[in-house]
Each structure stands twice: as structure tokens, then as C-alpha cells.
Design a protein around this ligand. Structure first.
Ligand code: FE2
Length: 372
């Protein structure tokens, strides 16, 4: 069977931030990324400065506007620092763009933040040709299609190489496992259908509010996945509970739908989390009874439960195996974006066995913020 919409993998995620130089330093110091490329005034980029940050196969681009009337500046004013672009590698940008726009996708020119239109475009310099195009997805997020098969440069035209990756600096983050979007109440179904209709994504799992509500907050979630199984996009919407759903809190502070969290995979979560904690990354903690009940719930695992408890790593099991995961605190002042670190031992799910303990931990933080 041929994939109607072939995707080679994630290319990069672009964050729009208020101060890219300082954000680059944050991701380097705390999350152990390396700045591998840069564009700015010195490289002939007059309106935007960007830092490409890499670790394993993960590539983040941190961009800031150099003046206040640039669309990036307006977008940051509204959302705070946020994930603005999800970029996927495709074998043919023109085919990808025509395929999705013929099936109802809106090109990025309609983005309410005023992001420039991106029909199929060819960027060229002495390093070759870079093809890209983009469409608008939930909130102000744009989905970009990139083909860099004919490009040998460091990232894109105008970018110059910075430091090479130092062995031993990294924390073992390998790939983007999944990217979660929060959308408004009633909009989840629309976006599941959007990814299915335009790119042939299939529904992988869904959770209703009965499955994942706590005393106070509730949410519903559906996960869509591309034909290759590499691109997993869970989509959450708030549900009614006794208090304010954590998704509603996000929507209020992000001022609309957007990316809630990004999960990075690792081959050794104990080493990774130890390194990140030493670097100063703050993680959500669950109460100790969680670990007393753990073995009865998930059975035998390779890792020491004592060590997991010390680091605050959570475990869940499904039919195919088990997984280990942990979530950071929000990485900025608005309670919006956070990260997950995940190690899969066969399990292909998302840790639903941890939702209750996790959401209670999130609610304690929400209460501290006066938002429950
Ligand atoms: Fe996740």
C-alpha cells in the first residue's frame, strides 16, 4: 500500500521568542542543545535573528524580530514565546502543497498573525536549493513542508555555521516523539478530521473526559499519526470539571490554540533526566505513594524503581510494552509550553495510566497560580 502523503520525518520546530539570543542560551544551558547556525544583522538578515539549536536528530530554530512591526513581534506580543512552525521533511514540496490545499488546507497567508504567505518557494544560495511551503493549522501555528535534498548548507540561506556539537555536552535527547496541540472546546474533532482529510493521518487513540478527568479539571484528547508512524500529533480540548481545565488555562494565557508540549525521546531516561536536573531543569513531581503502587500496576521493569522515584520519572504499560516519562514545568512565565522526556520500551501509547497522578500534580501548580 502506498502512503498518500509521504513524510520523511520532522525537519525542525521554529519558536518565535522575545529575545532569541537569551533563549538560545537557555536551551543550551538547561536542555543541552548546541547552537549550530545563526542568522542576524551580521549575516545579512535585516529583520529577523535566528539560532538553530540541535541535539540528536532534534532541530529547534529560535527566531526573534528586530523591530516591533514584524509579524514575529506581533505574534510574541500575543502568545509570549511559543512554537510557531512545525516543519516536516517531504520528498516533494509542490506535490505536498497541492495535495493538502486541494483537500481544504488554508495556505499560511491567511494566518491571523499576519505571517507571510508561503506557497511553494525556492530559496537558493551557493550551497544549493531549498524547497519549502506552508499551510495554516490550529491557532496561529503553521505547518511547513521542507525538501532539503538539494541543499548542502548549514540550515537555510542567510544562516552561517556556529559551533559544532561537543561530545559529552548533550543530554541524550534523540528525536521528537510527539507534539501536542491544545484547541478550543469543540474544535478537537475538526482538527482530527483536518489531518485525516488533508494528509491521510489516522486516529491512533482517543481519551474521553471520563477516562482522564480528576476532581477538578478535565480534558479530551485524540492522537493522529501519519502513514509512516513517525509524526504523532495528539490534540487536546478542554472538558467541563469542577474547576478550570488545564487546557482552558493554557488557552487563556496563550490567547488561543497552540502547541502545549513537545516530547523528546531518549535511549536512557535516567541518564538524561539526571543531567537535565543537574543543569537546573524543573520537573513536575508526583507524590511518593505513586512509587509504592508502581510495581503492582506495571509489573517488572528494567529500571530501579528507587532511582525512578528519586528523579520523579513515571512509568506506564500497554499491550506492547512499557514507557518511562517525565514532564517539565512550563518553560516560561505564562503557564503554556512545557516539555516531556520519554523512553519507550515497546509501548506505543502516551502514558494514560499516569494521567490521574500527573493531572493532580498539574492542578496543584494551577492552584498555586490562582487558576484552578
Ligand atoms: Fe505527551
Amino acid at each position: 500500500m502506498t502512503d498518500s502523503f509521504p513524510i520523511l520525518g520532522f525537519d525542525h520546530l521554529e519558536f518565535y521568542v522575545g529575545n532569541a539570543r537569551q533563549a538560545a542560551s537557555f536551551y543550551e544551558t538547561f536542555f543541552k542543545f548546541t547552537n549550530t547556525a545563526y542568522r542576524g544583522l551580521e549575516t545579512g538578515s535585516r529583520k529577523v535573528a535566528s539560532y538553530v539549536m540541535e541535539q540528536g536528530k532534534i532541530r529547534l530554530v529560535l527566531s526573534t524580530a528586530l523591530n516591533s512591526d514584524h509579524p514575529i513581534a506581533r505574534s510574541v506580543l500575543k502568545h509570549g514565546d511559543h512554537v510557531a512552525v512545525i516543519a516536516l521533511q517531504v520528498p516533494n514540496v509542490v506535490d505536498a502543497y497541492q495535495h493538502v490545499t486541494a483537500r481544504g488546507a488554508i495556505s499560511a497567508e491567511r494566518n491571523s498573525a499576519g505571517i507571510a504567505a508561503i506557497p511553494p518557494t525556492l530559496a537558493e544560495d551557493e550551497s544549493g536549493l531549498l524547497h519549502y511551503a506552508a499551510i495554516h493549522v490550529y491557532g496561529d501555528v503553521i505547518l511547513k513542508f521542507v525538501d532539503r535534498q538539494d541543499y548542502r548548507g548549514v540550515f537555510a540561506p542567510q544562516f552561517q555555521p556556529r559551533h559544532s556539537v561537543q561530545p559529552g555536552w548533550e543530554a541524550g535527547l534523540q528525536t521528537i516523539d510527539h507534539i501536542v496541540g491544545n484547541v478550543e472546546w469543540g474544535a478537537m474533532e475538526h482538527w482530527v478530521k483536518f489531518f485525516a482529510d488533508t494528509m491521510g493521518f489516522q486516529l491512533l487513540v482517543h481519551f474521553d473526559d471520563a477516562a482522564i478527568s480528576t476532581e477538578y479539571s478535565a480534558l479530551m484528547s485524540k492522537v493522529v499519526q501519519d502513514g509512516s508512524g513517525q509524526i504523532k500529533l495528539p490534540i487536546n480540548e478542554p472538558a467541563l470539571g469542577k474547576g478550570k481545565s488545564q487546557i482552558q488555562e493554557y488557552l487563556e494565557y496563550h490567547q488561543g490554540p497552540g502547541v502545549q508540549h513537545i516530547a523528546y525521546s531518549t535511549h536512557n531516561i535516567i541518564e538524561t533526566v539526571t543531567k537535565l536536573q543537574q543543569a537546573g531543569v524543573e520537573f513536575l513531581r508526583v507524590p511518593t505513594p505513586y512509587y509504592k503502587e508502581l510495581e503492582a500496576r506495571v509489573g517488572k521493569i528494567d529500571e530501579s524503581i528507587e532511582q525512578l522515584a528519586e528523579l520523579g520519572i513515571l512509568v506506564d504499560r500497554d499491550r506492547e510494552g512499557y514507557l518511562l516519562q517525565i514532564f517539565t514545568q512550563p518553560v516560561e512565565d505564562r503557564p503554556t509550553l512545557f516539555f516531556e522526556i520519554i523512553q519507550r520500551h515497546g509501548a506505543q501509547s502516551f502514558g494514560e495510566g499516569n494521567f490521574k497522578a500527573l493531572f493532580e500534580a498539574i492542578e496543584r501548580e494551577q492552584a498555586l497560580r490562582g487558576n484552578l
